[in-house]
Design a protein around this ligand. Structure first.
Ligand code: SF4
Length: 791
């Protein structure tokens, strides 16, 4: 007999840091023998909608989220092959799933592939030491994947060389929070965006990059016309079109702008001196540091109209509440940390933090950049937001993990990690769920590094991409719809991503692959996980271990989750702190719970709802995570970007996302509807600049910078002996132009998504230098100096 059962599975969108909830309707078809025994059971996904109950999106989805089902192999439709010059190649060929492990491009069993990896690692450890091994992870991984990768490397292999593509996304925001608050603690929540008088968007095209959140902002503004939206961005964008005021700032001058704002607040006695006195330190130093940032000098440096600037400063000074919402335009800079601290300084000086509708609010690009931070997914972090170079933290994690080889010093951040691969210091690198050949700056250096490396392992969904071309060992990993675990969005909200379908082919979950490798390395007992629930609970327990309120990241309220409770977990914002008496089995009356916490529901084994607490906004008690609990003003001196324009390279090149594409398009490139919005990479150029070069829409140009014109000697030598396509000659990017009034004169914009795997000539990563922020290590991916030539 055949039975059909309809179920709804709630999960999370795998794209941006908004972290929208999805409700997926599934139908399970069961075949039973005459004896009643179940013979087969097939689940089919029927439809996808936004989850009405998810607090990040309340049922709304953007176009990328809405078309997710078209990106699944079993549901995707064939795209027509497109052989036109420079247009997308046949995306289906590019994106075919990797179904089996491969060693040197030959099919291999999981056992053989993992055995080979363990032998290579053991050989590295005995011949060169733990620093010769590295993992490069991804903001696409789930928290559970990240946790075991960090545990294996930082506690057992004994190297801190674990970094992630999140380094390219938000590491400057992390470093700035730590400098100011003593912890990587995002102060705000999405609800604050609906309660603010003044919403300042800095370096963010949220209408395209975080669309559901932007709609929420627009709705709040529409409800109350006294609310204002101000956008600071060199480009006119879909976001700036909605703004009450758009400051088309000269690229790279954000620190001038915010030091000038602080100067203005001081000059006009618009600071909250009681707040400063009671809750902060270092104010006198910043007063001195920003004394020369007058309105006139800032207007001139930032190339802004003086009256527009005055309007911004007056709005900020007079508003009762302000949110400064910032993203990659601030972070991706050689002075990204200083820029973020310049923003935070203005909030501390005006007391606009820790209150409803106020605070500095960094937004992540990826779905789980936050989760990666929580478990120590950066080379300078340990786990549960603890620091590698803090002896107390080292001992605590060592004891908790019973780790034989706890790390004592920081590892290499992304750019330095690939430098060490190139120099031969790192001999084994495992890249999981990311495509650094396309996303890292200075592509040919990354290519040379991977070509030079003794062992490159890449885990991915797909058979081919620019990075997989360098892999000695390829491992098929599961992807969205198959994976099961948790992610954390930009407002610290942990949500479940649930498995809907079985793994494709022989693909395995990332956490499973890592645990199986750990067993082969002799660490089976510490990695004996059989379900992500066990990993999550260990992660929660570590966050609560000897915490006592000293550390911000704390999941003490989730330490006793059962597997059923984990499966039923509803979205919750960390910290999730429960008094010891209020564990899931015994819930106290709501009135006894801390006032700053929100009530959240969780079904227990018996189907009744327990009360769990998440924390909507931080610092409502004005206590920070520094040694004296005071926030710290950071005096910052404005710096220009690293690559400056010259007569030979006269244009500033900016880069970013298109509305309907995601990263290197391995998923979004499969959905015809998404491809239609922008079918090819285009170089956006101001009409006056186009006229100067005699260019018309659609005509092709070459794009060169110092970085792709002059390849470094070390890279040149390595590349000369390999078969990589870039070789050692200057390799211009070739793109058609799109004339656009959105660009300032002298500035260009190019989308980040296209690469050599999905077109033949678009090589954006080579144009950007490896220059990065000295504190965060985040590369300057928004500012290259380039020239263009008509073909
Ligand atoms: Fe997904 Fe972001 Fe769109 Fe939400 S806004 S549906 S998380 S891409």
């Amino acid at each position: 007999a055949v039975h059909y059962k309809h179920t709804q599975v709630k999960t999370t969108c795998p794209y941006c840091g908004v972290g929208c909830g999805l409700a997926i309707e599934c139908e399970t078809k069961s075949n039973h023998a005459q004896s009643g025994q179940l013979e087969t059971e097939v689940r089919e996904i029927k439809s996808l909608n936004g989850d009405q109950s998810h607090p990040a999106n309340f049922g709304k989805l953007c176009v990328k989220g809405s078309h997710l089902l078209e990106t699944l192999d079993s549901l995707s439709s064939e795209l027509p092959s497109n052989t036109e010059h420079l247009k997308l190649s046949t995306v289906n060929d590019v994106n075919k799933r990797l179904l089996k492990p491969k060693v040197n491009n030959e099919d291999a069993s999981w056992d053989d592939a993992l055995h080979l990896m363990s032998e290579k690692i053991k050989s590295c450890l005995s011949n060169y030491g733990p620093e010769s091994v590295a993992f490069y992870l991804s903001g696409q991984l789930l928290t559970e994947d990240y946790y075991v990768a960090n545990k294996l490397m930082k506690g057992f292999i004994g190297s801190a060389n674990v970094d992630t593509n999140s380094r390219l996304c938000m590491s400057s925001a992390v470093a700035a929070y730590k400098r100011a608050f003593g912890a990587d603690a995002v102060p705000c929540c999405y609800e604050d965006l609906e309660h603010t008088e003044l919403l300042v968007l800095v370096g963010s095209n949220a209408a395209w990059t975080h669309p559901v959140l932007f709609q929420r902002m627009q709705q709040a503004i529409a409800k109350d016309t006294k609310r204002k939206l101000l956008v600071i961005d060199p480009r006119k964008t879909a976001t700036s079109q909605s703004a009450d005021l758009h400051l088309a700032i000269k690229p790279g001058t954000d620190t001038w702008l915010f030091n000038g704002l602080l100067h203005f607040l001081i000059e006009h006695k618009a600071c909250d001196y009681k707040y400063i006195q009671d809750n902060t330190q270092g104010f006198n130093e910043v007063v001195k540091a920003c004394e020369n940032y007058t309105l006139e000098s800032v207007a001139s440096t930032c190339e802004l109209d003086r009256l527009d600037l005055l309007r911004f400063y007056t709005w900020f000074a007079e508003s009762k509440s302000t949110i400064s919402f910032y993203s990659m335009g601030v972070n991706q800079s050689t002075s990204g940390v200083d820029k973020a601290n310049a923003i935070i300084n203005c909030h501390l000086a005006s007391g606009k933090i820790g209150k409803k509708g106020s605070g500095p609010f960094s937004i992540t690009g990826q779905p789980n950049a936050m989760g990666g931070r929580e478990v120590g997914g950066l080379a300078n972090m340990l786990a549960a937001h603890m620091d590698i170079e803090n002896p107390e933290h080292q001992e605590l994690v060592k004891t908790f993990w019973e780790a034989p080889n706890i790390v004592r010093k920081n590892g290499q951040k992304a750019v330095d990690m690939f430098d060490d691969v190139l120099s031969g210091k790192i001999k084994f690198i495992w890249i999981m769920g990311t495509n650094p050949v396309v996303s890292m700056p200075n592509r040919r250096k990354v290519e040379a590094a991977l070509a030079h490396c003794e062992t490159v392992v890449v885990s991915d969904l797909v058979q081919h991409n620019d990075t997989l071309a360098f892999a000695d060992i390829k491992l098929p990993a599961t992807g969205w719809s198959e994976k099961n675990g948790t992610v954390t969005n930009s407002e610290r909200r942990i949500s479940r991503q649930r498995g809907l379908l079985s793994p494709t082919g022989n693909a395995k979950h990332d956490w499973q692959i890592i645990c199986e490798l750990a067993a082969k390395l002799g660490f089976k007992n510490a990695f004996n996980f059989t379900h992500p629930h066990q990993i999550f609970v260990e992660h929660a327990r570590l966050s609560a271990y000897h915490n006592g309120g000293k550390r911000c990241f704390n999941l003490s309220g989730l330490t006793n989750l059962t597997e059923q409770q984990y499966d039923a977990l509803t979205p919750v914002q960390w910290p999730v702190i429960l008094p010891e008496s209020i564990l899931p089995e015994s819930v106290s009356p709501e009135s006894s719970l801390p006032a700053s916490s929100a009530k959240l529901g969780l079904k227990n084994d018996q189907g009744t709802t327990n009360t769990f607490l998440g924390t909507e906004r931080l610092f409502t008690d004005n206590k920070f995570y520094t040694s004296n609990q005071k926030a710290i003003f950071i005096a910052v001196c404005a710096q220009l970007p690293y690559q400056r324009t010259t007569s030979h390279y006269p244009y500033v090149l900016n880069s970013g996302r298109m509305r309907d594409q995601w990263h290197t398009m391995t998923r979004t490139g499969k959905a015809q509807k998404l491809v239609e919005h922008s079918e090819q990479a285009e170089l956006f150029i101001n009409p006056k600049d186009a006229a100067k070069h005699g260019l018309r829409n659609g005509e092709y140009v070459t794009l060169m910078s110092e970085s792709n014109a002059h390849i470094q000697d070390a890279s040149k030598q390595v590349l000369a002996n390999t078969s990589v396509t870039s070789k050692t000659k200057p390799s211009p990017a070739i793109l058609p132009i799109k004339i656009s009034q959105e660009l300032r004169k002298g500035e260009l914009f190019v989308p980040i998504h296209w690469s050599k795997s999905n077109t033949s000539h678009v090589d954006i990563a080579s144009l950007y230098s490896s220059a990065n922020d000295p504190i965060s290590g985040q590369p300057e991916l928004k500012h290259a100096a380039v020239n263009i030539k008509k073909i």
